[in-house]
Design a protein around this ligand. Structure first.
Ligand SMILES: [Zn+2]
Ligand SMILES: [Zn+2]
Length: 91
């Protein structure tokens, strides 16, 4: 079962108004102007948000805060670097 407008995209994939899509229930997509990056989860997304809430909160280049890009069928997914050992429940 694929998306009617894009055969590479599973029908169950989540999508943003920017055209990005992704799979995985815990993914986090940043919908801020000029960003629209997709992250492996909330903890990874939080890392690229710098500054104080309501004052100078902004997005920065994920690579500059230690996140690593991973190529996925739907584009680049930013994630925390894999530590030693299992990463599944790393915070
Ligand atoms: Zn988007
Ligand atoms: Zn962002």
């Amino acid at each position: 079962m694929t998306h009617p407008e894009d055969p590479t995209r599973p029908a169950a994939a989540a999508a943003c108004s920017c055209g990005a899509w992704w799979t995985g229930i815990s993914r986090s997509h940043c919908a801020a102007d000029g960003c629209h990056r997709t992250f492996s989860g909330e903890t990874a997304a939080d890392r690229h948000r710098q500054g104080r809430f309501g004052i100078d909160r902004r997005c920065v280049d994920p690579a500059s805060v230690g996140l690593v890009p991973v190529d996925k069928p739907y584009g680049v997914l930013w994630q925390n670097p894999a530590p030693d050992g299992p990463v599944w429940f790393a915070s």
